[in-house]
Write a new protein. Structure first.
Lengths: 136, 136
DNA sequence: CTTGATGCAAAGCCTTTGCATCCCA
DNA sequence: TGGGATGCAAAGGCTTTGCATCAAG
């Protein structure tokens, strides 16, 4: 059982069509610790399958996001980045000096926001928290 | 002493040049409860001063943001919105049904994020939290 | 086969910028 | 009067889309 098959199953189970392009993109995104943007993914995908187009990367990210397989990270003054939907809930911190994107582990933030939303009469659907910070 | 003068002083005290366009834009932004985007501001400004250009609105928002007078709100799939730098710290909630942007009062979120950053060895510079939610 | 997926290139949207002119300090 | 601010229009960066073709189911 190759890893490739796992990614195909992931797509299939989400009710999505399995194409070589989608399989390539999902495998790249699954196997990186980065939070790549579309250009990153496009360039890496090209080295594995030179038929992939940027349009397909964009369309695939959109499809994957709607299917709940991928999370889109919207940052200021930079193209969106993506990560596979995290198993362990986390938020993000941008190191202002290096530009690095660091994951903030834990559900502490989520549960606070959940409570805050509830207190305002809302049910939280999702949240987006980005901290900009510098190393001490 | 008119309000107009207050806005001019606000600019002057920030070390910025006082121009009719900036004064108009600051007054509009100060007197609204909305969180207008550039287009909103441009259209409103036009009704008061038909010399204002979109480019100036963009440049003014950038200048005001750098001066710490204005906060930029970056949202998904929508142009950035702006608000005068809040006196009372707050975050934002997007009502997914109405599209309305609601302010979340209090510093509870900020202090949690502050602590979280510190625990990771960082000093928080700013944070950006947007909750997407539905009315219960 | 039929319908959705893809590649390509063009278009779209928001934002920035070059340049000549203007005007605040 | 000098340097920053403005208007205009063009360009830029990221993303979406129309259309013909392709291929998954």
């Amino acid at each position: 059982m190759t890893q490739s098959i796992d990614y195909k199953q992931l797509l299939r189970e989400a009710g999505l069509r399995v194409t070589p392009q989608r399989t390539t993109i999902v495998s790249l995104l699954s196997e990186t610790d980065d939070h790549p943007n579309v250009e990153d993914l496009y360039e890496k995908a090209r080295t594995l399958d030179d038929t992939v187009s940027v349009a397909t990367v964009y369309r695939t990210m959109s499809v994957l996001e709607n299917a709940g397989l991928v999370r889109k990270l919207v940052l200021e003054d930079a193209p969106a980045r993506y990560e596979m939907m995290p198993q362990t809930d986390h938020d993000h911190l941008v190191d202002m000096d290096s530009g690095e994107l660091v994951e903030i582990p834990g559900t502490e933030i989520a549960s606070l926001l959940d409570r805050v939303a509830a207190e305002m009469g809302y049910e939280l659907v999702s949240h987006h928290t980005v901290i900009r910070a510098r190393k001490v």
